[in-house]
Write a protein that binds this ligand. Sequence first.
Ligand SMILES: *Cc1c(COP(=O)(O)O)cnc(C)c1O
Length: 425
Amino acid sequence: MNLKKSKALMEKAVSVIPGGVNSPVRAYGAVGGTPPFIERGFGPYLEDVDGNRYIDYVLSWGPLILGHSHPEVIEAVIEAIRKGTSFGAPTEREIRLADKIIEIIPSVEMVRLVNSGTEATMSAIRLARAYTGRDKIVKFAGCYHGHGDSFLIEAGSGSLTLSTPSSPGVPKGVAGDTLVANYNDLDSVKTLFDKYPEHIAAVIVEPVAGNMGCVPPVKGFLEGLRSLTRANNALLIFDEVMTGFRVSPGGAQEKFGITPDLTTLGKVIGGGLPIGAYGGKKELMSMIAPAGKVYQAGTLSGNPVAVAAGLKTLELIGADGFYDRLFQWTEKLVQGIRDIAGRAGVQLQVNQAGSMFSFYFSENPVYGFDDVMQADKQKYTELFHKLLDRGVYFPPSAYESLFTSGSHDEECLSKTLEAFEDSLK
Ligand SMILES: *Cc1c(COP(=O)(O)O)cnc(C)c1O
Protein backbone atom coordinates (compact mmCIF):
# COMPACT_ATOMS: atom_id res chain seq x y z
CA MET A 1 0.00 0.00 0.00
CA ASN A 2 1.27 3.44 -0.89
CA LEU A 3 1.44 5.68 2.19
CA LYS A 4 3.94 8.18 0.79
CA LYS A 5 2.03 11.34 1.62
CA SER A 6 0.98 10.01 5.04
CA LYS A 7 4.63 9.23 5.86
CA ALA A 8 5.70 12.75 4.89
CA LEU A 9 2.89 14.26 6.95
CA MET A 10 3.75 12.11 9.98
CA GLU A 11 7.38 13.25 9.83
CA LYS A 12 6.21 16.82 9.90
CA ALA A 13 3.51 16.20 12.54
CA VAL A 14 5.84 14.69 15.14
CA SER A 15 7.89 17.91 15.23
CA VAL A 16 4.91 20.07 16.18
CA ILE A 17 2.40 17.75 17.91
CA PRO A 18 3.37 15.27 20.67
CA GLY A 19 3.79 11.96 18.85
CA GLY A 20 2.27 13.59 15.77
CA VAL A 21 -1.30 13.05 16.97
CA ASN A 22 -3.93 14.65 19.17
CA SER A 23 -4.96 11.39 20.86
CA PRO A 24 -2.41 8.63 21.54
CA VAL A 25 -3.95 5.56 19.87
CA ARG A 26 -3.96 7.32 16.48
CA ALA A 27 -0.14 7.12 16.33
CA TYR A 28 -0.19 3.31 15.74
CA GLY A 29 2.21 2.82 18.65
CA ALA A 30 0.62 -0.54 19.50
CA VAL A 31 0.76 -1.96 15.97
CA GLY A 32 3.67 -0.10 14.36
CA GLY A 33 3.76 1.49 10.92
CA THR A 34 2.51 4.81 9.65
CA PRO A 35 -1.08 5.85 10.32
CA PRO A 36 -2.87 6.87 7.13
CA PHE A 37 -3.71 10.58 7.22
CA ILE A 38 -7.37 10.90 6.35
CA GLU A 39 -8.61 13.08 3.55
CA ARG A 40 -12.32 12.32 3.78
CA GLY A 41 -14.96 9.89 4.95
CA PHE A 42 -18.19 8.89 3.22
CA GLY A 43 -20.66 6.26 4.37
CA PRO A 44 -18.68 3.24 5.61
CA TYR A 45 -15.49 4.37 3.87
CA LEU A 46 -12.38 6.32 4.76
CA GLU A 47 -10.07 7.71 2.12
CA ASP A 48 -6.52 8.74 2.96
CA VAL A 49 -4.29 11.44 1.45
CA ASP A 50 -2.62 8.89 -0.85
CA GLY A 51 -6.00 7.88 -2.30
CA ASN A 52 -6.30 4.52 -0.47
CA ARG A 53 -9.84 3.56 0.46
CA TYR A 54 -10.81 1.55 3.56
CA ILE A 55 -13.99 0.05 4.98
CA ASP A 56 -14.04 1.71 8.40
CA TYR A 57 -14.75 -0.20 11.63
CA VAL A 58 -13.39 2.49 13.94
CA LEU A 59 -15.92 5.19 12.98
CA SER A 60 -14.13 7.88 14.94
CA TRP A 61 -14.04 5.41 17.88
CA GLY A 62 -17.78 5.00 18.03
CA PRO A 63 -19.70 8.22 17.31
CA LEU A 64 -20.50 7.67 13.63
CA ILE A 65 -23.41 5.24 13.97
CA LEU A 66 -24.80 6.53 10.65
CA GLY A 67 -21.45 6.33 8.87
CA HIS A 68 -19.37 9.25 7.64
CA SER A 69 -20.89 12.49 6.39
CA HIS A 70 -24.50 11.38 6.40
CA PRO A 71 -26.22 13.89 4.09
CA GLU A 72 -28.95 14.81 6.58
CA VAL A 73 -26.49 15.34 9.41
CA ILE A 74 -24.27 17.49 7.18
CA GLU A 75 -27.35 19.49 6.15
CA ALA A 76 -28.30 20.07 9.80
CA VAL A 77 -24.76 21.20 10.59
CA ILE A 78 -24.64 23.64 7.69
CA GLU A 79 -28.01 25.06 8.58
CA ALA A 80 -26.86 25.60 12.18
CA ILE A 81 -23.48 27.06 11.19
CA ARG A 82 -25.10 29.64 8.92
CA LYS A 83 -26.69 31.17 12.02
CA GLY A 84 -23.45 31.29 14.00
CA THR A 85 -21.06 28.85 15.63
CA SER A 86 -21.34 29.69 19.33
CA PHE A 87 -23.23 32.16 21.48
CA GLY A 88 -22.44 31.40 25.11
CA ALA A 89 -26.15 31.91 25.68
CA PRO A 90 -29.08 29.50 25.78
CA THR A 91 -30.64 28.18 22.56
CA GLU A 92 -33.87 26.31 21.92
CA ARG A 93 -32.18 23.34 20.32
CA GLU A 94 -30.45 22.48 23.61
CA ILE A 95 -33.88 21.86 25.15
CA ARG A 96 -34.78 19.63 22.24
CA LEU A 97 -31.62 17.55 22.65
CA ALA A 98 -32.18 17.32 26.42
CA ASP A 99 -35.80 16.25 25.80
CA LYS A 100 -34.65 13.62 23.32
CA ILE A 101 -32.04 12.18 25.70
CA ILE A 102 -34.59 12.08 28.53
CA GLU A 103 -37.06 10.35 26.23
CA ILE A 104 -34.56 7.69 25.13
CA ILE A 105 -32.42 6.95 28.22
CA PRO A 106 -34.67 5.44 30.91
CA SER A 107 -32.92 6.75 34.06
CA VAL A 108 -32.31 10.31 32.89
CA GLU A 109 -34.77 12.96 34.09
CA MET A 110 -32.48 15.96 33.70
CA VAL A 111 -29.29 16.35 31.72
CA ARG A 112 -26.32 18.73 31.40
CA LEU A 113 -24.38 19.00 28.13
CA VAL A 114 -20.58 19.20 28.15
CA ASN A 115 -17.91 18.90 25.45
CA SER A 116 -16.51 15.39 25.82
CA GLY A 117 -16.96 12.08 27.57
CA THR A 118 -14.05 12.97 29.83
CA GLU A 119 -15.85 16.06 31.08
CA ALA A 120 -19.03 14.06 31.61
CA THR A 121 -17.38 11.44 33.86
CA MET A 122 -15.36 14.03 35.79
CA SER A 123 -18.52 16.00 36.47
CA ALA A 124 -20.56 12.91 37.39
CA ILE A 125 -18.12 11.84 40.10
CA ARG A 126 -17.96 15.39 41.46
CA LEU A 127 -21.74 15.28 41.77
CA ALA A 128 -21.64 11.83 43.37
CA ARG A 129 -19.08 13.05 45.92
CA ALA A 130 -21.13 16.14 46.66
CA TYR A 131 -24.33 14.15 47.10
CA THR A 132 -22.88 11.47 49.36
CA GLY A 133 -20.31 13.61 51.18
CA ARG A 134 -17.77 10.84 50.49
CA ASP A 135 -14.50 10.93 48.53
CA LYS A 136 -13.72 7.44 47.26
CA ILE A 137 -14.88 5.97 43.98
CA VAL A 138 -14.67 2.43 42.60
CA LYS A 139 -13.71 1.76 39.00
CA PHE A 140 -12.89 -1.46 37.16
CA ALA A 141 -9.59 -2.57 35.68
CA GLY A 142 -9.81 -2.30 31.89
CA CYS A 143 -12.70 0.17 31.91
CA TYR A 144 -11.93 3.62 30.51
CA HIS A 145 -13.67 6.80 31.59
CA GLY A 146 -11.63 9.45 29.81
CA HIS A 147 -8.41 11.04 30.97
CA GLY A 148 -9.48 12.71 34.24
CA ASP A 149 -6.96 12.25 37.08
CA SER A 150 -9.36 10.13 39.13
CA PHE A 151 -9.63 7.53 36.36
CA LEU A 152 -5.97 7.17 35.36
CA ILE A 153 -5.50 4.72 38.18
CA GLU A 154 -4.61 1.04 38.26
CA ALA A 155 -4.64 -1.60 40.96
CA GLY A 156 -1.43 -1.64 42.97
CA SER A 157 0.56 -4.83 42.55
CA GLY A 158 -0.50 -7.61 44.85
CA SER A 159 -3.32 -5.77 46.53
CA LEU A 160 -6.82 -5.03 45.43
CA THR A 161 -7.15 -2.15 47.84
CA LEU A 162 -4.03 -0.11 47.01
CA SER A 163 -4.16 1.93 43.83
CA THR A 164 -1.43 3.74 41.92
CA PRO A 165 -1.52 6.36 39.16
CA SER A 166 -1.27 4.86 35.66
CA SER A 167 0.17 8.11 34.32
CA PRO A 168 2.92 10.37 35.65
CA GLY A 169 1.41 13.65 36.77
CA VAL A 170 -1.55 12.11 38.57
CA PRO A 171 -1.13 12.95 42.29
CA LYS A 172 -0.78 10.03 44.72
CA GLY A 173 -3.47 11.67 46.83
CA VAL A 174 -5.93 11.33 43.96
CA ALA A 175 -4.94 7.70 43.44
CA GLY A 176 -5.79 7.00 47.06
CA ASP A 177 -9.41 7.92 46.42
CA THR A 178 -9.89 5.61 43.43
CA LEU A 179 -10.33 1.94 44.22
CA VAL A 180 -9.95 -0.61 41.44
CA ALA A 181 -12.13 -3.73 41.22
CA ASN A 182 -12.29 -6.52 38.65
CA TYR A 183 -14.91 -6.41 35.90
CA ASN A 184 -17.53 -9.17 36.12
CA ASP A 185 -16.31 -9.99 39.65
CA LEU A 186 -18.81 -8.86 42.29
CA ASP A 187 -16.71 -10.22 45.14
CA SER A 188 -13.96 -7.76 44.32
CA VAL A 189 -16.49 -4.94 44.77
CA LYS A 190 -17.83 -6.41 48.02
CA THR A 191 -14.29 -6.55 49.38
CA LEU A 192 -13.90 -2.82 48.77
CA PHE A 193 -17.22 -1.94 50.40
CA ASP A 194 -16.26 -4.10 53.40
CA LYS A 195 -12.88 -2.42 53.71
CA TYR A 196 -14.16 1.14 53.24
CA PRO A 197 -17.71 1.26 54.60
CA GLU A 198 -19.25 4.72 54.28
CA HIS A 199 -16.31 6.08 52.28
CA ILE A 200 -17.35 5.11 48.78
CA ALA A 201 -19.33 7.78 46.91
CA ALA A 202 -19.92 5.83 43.73
CA VAL A 203 -19.16 2.84 41.57
CA ILE A 204 -18.56 3.82 37.95
CA VAL A 205 -18.75 1.13 35.29
CA GLU A 206 -19.01 0.66 31.55
CA PRO A 207 -22.16 -1.52 31.59
CA VAL A 208 -20.75 -3.30 28.56
CA ALA A 209 -16.99 -2.80 28.72
CA GLY A 210 -15.78 -1.38 25.42
CA ASN A 211 -12.27 -0.20 26.12
CA MET A 212 -10.59 -3.58 26.57
CA GLY A 213 -12.24 -4.79 23.44
CA CYS A 214 -15.90 -5.56 23.97
CA VAL A 215 -16.67 -7.45 27.18
CA PRO A 216 -20.37 -7.86 28.02
CA PRO A 217 -21.42 -8.18 31.68
CA VAL A 218 -22.03 -11.70 32.97
CA LYS A 219 -25.50 -12.47 34.27
CA GLY A 220 -26.04 -10.88 37.66
CA PHE A 221 -23.04 -8.52 37.56
CA LEU A 222 -24.90 -5.27 36.90
CA GLU A 223 -27.78 -6.36 39.16
CA GLY A 224 -25.23 -7.07 41.88
CA LEU A 225 -23.64 -3.64 41.48
CA ARG A 226 -27.07 -2.07 41.77
CA SER A 227 -27.88 -3.84 45.01
CA LEU A 228 -24.40 -3.40 46.53
CA THR A 229 -24.36 0.35 45.87
CA ARG A 230 -27.89 0.70 47.20
CA ALA A 231 -27.11 -1.26 50.36
CA ASN A 232 -24.08 0.96 50.98
CA ASN A 233 -25.74 4.29 50.12
CA ALA A 234 -23.35 4.81 47.24
CA LEU A 235 -24.33 5.89 43.74
CA LEU A 236 -24.13 3.72 40.67
CA ILE A 237 -22.82 5.52 37.59
CA PHE A 238 -23.21 3.93 34.18
CA ASP A 239 -20.61 5.33 31.83
CA GLU A 240 -22.55 4.93 28.59
CA VAL A 241 -20.32 7.22 26.55
CA MET A 242 -19.73 4.24 24.28
CA THR A 243 -22.70 1.95 24.93
CA GLY A 244 -25.35 4.69 24.79
CA PHE A 245 -27.21 4.14 21.50
CA ARG A 246 -24.86 1.31 20.50
CA VAL A 247 -25.99 -1.79 22.43
CA SER A 248 -29.67 -0.81 22.47
CA PRO A 249 -31.55 2.39 21.57
CA GLY A 250 -31.79 3.28 25.28
CA GLY A 251 -28.27 2.18 26.18
CA ALA A 252 -27.14 -0.77 28.26
CA GLN A 253 -29.49 0.29 31.07
CA GLU A 254 -32.45 -0.39 28.81
CA LYS A 255 -31.00 -3.64 27.48
CA PHE A 256 -30.31 -5.05 30.95
CA GLY A 257 -33.14 -3.31 32.79
CA ILE A 258 -30.95 -1.69 35.45
CA THR A 259 -31.51 1.87 36.65
CA PRO A 260 -28.27 3.67 37.48
CA ASP A 261 -28.29 6.89 39.54
CA LEU A 262 -26.20 8.80 37.01
CA THR A 263 -25.43 8.20 33.35
CA THR A 264 -22.64 9.68 31.25
CA LEU A 265 -22.98 10.01 27.50
CA GLY A 266 -20.86 11.21 24.57
CA LYS A 267 -19.78 9.91 21.18
CA VAL A 268 -23.07 9.16 19.33
CA ILE A 269 -24.98 12.10 20.88
CA GLY A 270 -22.66 14.51 19.02
CA GLY A 271 -23.10 12.86 15.63
CA GLY A 272 -19.36 13.27 15.04
CA LEU A 273 -18.95 16.67 16.68
CA PRO A 274 -17.50 17.20 20.17
CA ILE A 275 -20.10 16.66 22.88
CA GLY A 276 -20.73 14.87 26.15
CA ALA A 277 -23.55 14.78 28.68
CA TYR A 278 -24.38 13.56 32.14
CA GLY A 279 -27.77 13.08 33.64
CA GLY A 280 -29.94 11.30 36.14
CA LYS A 281 -32.66 11.89 38.69
CA LYS A 282 -33.88 15.46 39.12
CA GLU A 283 -32.99 15.35 42.79
CA LEU A 284 -29.33 14.76 41.90
CA MET A 285 -29.05 16.96 38.82
CA SER A 286 -30.65 19.89 40.64
CA MET A 287 -27.47 20.06 42.71
CA ILE A 288 -25.54 21.28 39.63
CA ALA A 289 -24.85 25.04 39.35
CA PRO A 290 -26.64 27.32 38.90
CA ALA A 291 -29.63 25.30 40.17
CA GLY A 292 -27.45 24.05 43.02
CA LYS A 293 -23.98 24.47 44.47
CA VAL A 294 -21.92 21.83 42.63
CA TYR A 295 -19.86 23.84 40.16
CA GLN A 296 -19.51 22.79 36.54
CA ALA A 297 -19.40 25.05 33.47
CA GLY A 298 -18.21 25.31 29.86
CA THR A 299 -17.61 28.12 27.35
CA LEU A 300 -18.65 25.95 24.41
CA SER A 301 -21.06 23.60 26.24
CA GLY A 302 -24.30 23.01 24.35
CA ASN A 303 -22.57 24.26 21.22
CA PRO A 304 -25.27 24.91 18.59
CA VAL A 305 -23.45 23.07 15.78
CA ALA A 306 -22.69 19.98 17.88
CA VAL A 307 -26.24 19.98 19.25
CA ALA A 308 -27.68 20.17 15.72
CA ALA A 309 -25.55 17.21 14.59
CA GLY A 310 -26.49 15.20 17.67
CA LEU A 311 -30.18 15.96 17.42
CA LYS A 312 -30.33 14.94 13.77
CA THR A 313 -28.38 11.75 14.51
CA LEU A 314 -30.72 10.73 17.34
CA GLU A 315 -33.70 11.48 15.13
CA LEU A 316 -32.38 9.30 12.30
CA ILE A 317 -31.45 6.33 14.50
CA GLY A 318 -34.92 6.54 16.04
CA ALA A 319 -36.46 5.59 12.69
CA ASP A 320 -38.34 2.28 12.51
CA GLY A 321 -36.11 -0.67 11.78
CA PHE A 322 -32.80 1.18 12.09
CA TYR A 323 -31.52 -0.95 14.96
CA ASP A 324 -32.90 -4.22 13.60
CA ARG A 325 -30.96 -3.71 10.43
CA LEU A 326 -27.79 -2.52 12.19
CA PHE A 327 -27.75 -5.41 14.65
CA GLN A 328 -28.56 -8.01 12.01
CA TRP A 329 -25.76 -6.72 9.82
CA THR A 330 -23.33 -6.82 12.74
CA GLU A 331 -24.39 -10.37 13.62
CA LYS A 332 -23.81 -11.50 10.05
CA LEU A 333 -20.31 -10.07 10.15
CA VAL A 334 -19.53 -11.56 13.55
CA GLN A 335 -20.90 -14.96 12.53
CA GLY A 336 -18.90 -14.78 9.31
CA ILE A 337 -15.73 -14.08 11.28
CA ARG A 338 -16.45 -16.99 13.63
CA ASP A 339 -17.02 -19.34 10.70
CA ILE A 340 -13.82 -18.30 8.97
CA ALA A 341 -11.79 -18.76 12.15
CA GLY A 342 -13.42 -22.15 12.68
CA ARG A 343 -12.57 -23.29 9.16
CA ALA A 344 -9.00 -22.05 9.54
CA GLY A 345 -8.65 -23.82 12.89
CA VAL A 346 -7.82 -20.54 14.64
CA GLN A 347 -8.79 -20.11 18.29
CA LEU A 348 -10.73 -16.87 18.18
CA GLN A 349 -13.10 -15.47 20.81
CA VAL A 350 -15.63 -13.07 19.34
CA ASN A 351 -17.61 -10.85 21.72
CA GLN A 352 -20.53 -8.76 20.54
CA ALA A 353 -23.08 -6.39 22.00
CA GLY A 354 -25.36 -4.67 19.49
CA SER A 355 -23.21 -2.67 17.08
CA MET A 356 -20.00 -3.16 19.09
CA PHE A 357 -17.80 -6.22 18.85
CA SER A 358 -14.24 -7.40 19.21
CA PHE A 359 -12.23 -10.56 18.94
CA TYR A 360 -9.36 -12.09 20.83
CA PHE A 361 -6.83 -14.68 19.78
CA SER A 362 -7.38 -16.88 22.78
CA GLU A 363 -8.59 -20.36 23.69
CA ASN A 364 -10.56 -19.03 26.64
CA PRO A 365 -13.71 -16.94 26.78
CA VAL A 366 -13.00 -13.31 27.70
CA TYR A 367 -14.87 -12.01 30.77
CA GLY A 368 -12.46 -9.45 32.18
CA PHE A 369 -9.16 -7.63 32.05
CA ASP A 370 -6.99 -10.65 32.94
CA ASP A 371 -8.54 -12.69 30.11
CA VAL A 372 -7.95 -9.81 27.71
CA MET A 373 -4.31 -9.61 28.74
CA GLN A 374 -3.85 -13.32 28.06
CA ALA A 375 -4.95 -13.05 24.44
CA ASP A 376 -2.28 -13.06 21.73
CA LYS A 377 -1.65 -9.43 20.87
CA GLN A 378 0.97 -10.20 18.24
CA LYS A 379 -1.54 -12.17 16.18
CA TYR A 380 -3.94 -9.25 16.27
CA THR A 381 -1.21 -6.90 15.11
CA GLU A 382 -0.37 -9.12 12.14
CA LEU A 383 -4.03 -9.43 11.19
CA PHE A 384 -4.50 -5.68 11.54
CA HIS A 385 -1.77 -4.90 9.00
CA LYS A 386 -2.95 -7.53 6.54
CA LEU A 387 -6.48 -6.16 6.69
CA LEU A 388 -5.31 -2.58 6.29
CA ASP A 389 -3.40 -3.65 3.16
CA ARG A 390 -6.65 -5.11 1.87
CA GLY A 391 -8.62 -1.96 2.53
CA VAL A 392 -10.24 -2.87 5.85
CA TYR A 393 -9.63 -0.45 8.71
CA PHE A 394 -9.73 -2.15 12.13
CA PRO A 395 -8.61 -0.37 15.32
CA PRO A 396 -4.84 -0.04 15.61
CA SER A 397 -4.78 -1.80 18.99
CA ALA A 398 -5.84 -5.23 20.21
CA TYR A 399 -7.75 -3.65 23.12
CA GLU A 400 -10.39 -1.64 21.29
CA SER A 401 -13.95 -2.35 20.24
CA LEU A 402 -14.98 -2.33 16.61
CA PHE A 403 -18.09 -0.48 15.49
CA THR A 404 -20.57 -0.82 12.67
CA SER A 405 -22.92 1.76 11.17
CA GLY A 406 -26.17 2.01 9.29
CA SER A 407 -24.14 2.72 6.15
CA HIS A 408 -22.33 -0.65 6.10
CA ASP A 409 -23.95 -2.69 3.33
CA GLU A 410 -23.81 -6.13 1.73
CA GLU A 411 -20.79 -5.15 -0.33
CA CYS A 412 -18.89 -4.14 2.83
CA LEU A 413 -19.87 -7.45 4.40
CA SER A 414 -18.59 -9.65 1.60
CA LYS A 415 -15.43 -7.59 1.07
CA THR A 416 -14.60 -7.58 4.77
CA LEU A 417 -15.12 -11.33 5.15
CA GLU A 418 -13.08 -12.01 2.02
CA ALA A 419 -10.23 -9.85 3.35
CA PHE A 420 -10.53 -11.52 6.76
CA GLU A 421 -10.30 -15.00 5.31
CA ASP A 422 -7.32 -13.97 3.20
CA SER A 423 -5.58 -12.36 6.18
CA LEU A 424 -6.03 -15.29 8.53
CA LYS A 425 -4.19 -17.67 6.19
C1 LIG B 1 -14.56 7.45 24.85
C2 LIG B 1 -14.96 7.22 26.25
C3 LIG B 1 -14.82 8.21 27.24
C4 LIG B 1 -14.10 9.50 26.98
O1 LIG B 1 -14.76 10.31 26.07
P1 LIG B 1 -13.93 11.48 25.32
O2 LIG B 1 -14.96 12.18 24.52
O3 LIG B 1 -12.86 10.80 24.54
O4 LIG B 1 -13.35 12.34 26.40
C5 LIG B 1 -15.33 7.96 28.49
N1 LIG B 1 -15.94 6.80 28.77
C6 LIG B 1 -16.07 5.81 27.86
C7 LIG B 1 -16.78 4.56 28.22
C8 LIG B 1 -15.58 5.99 26.57
O5 LIG B 1 -15.70 5.00 25.68
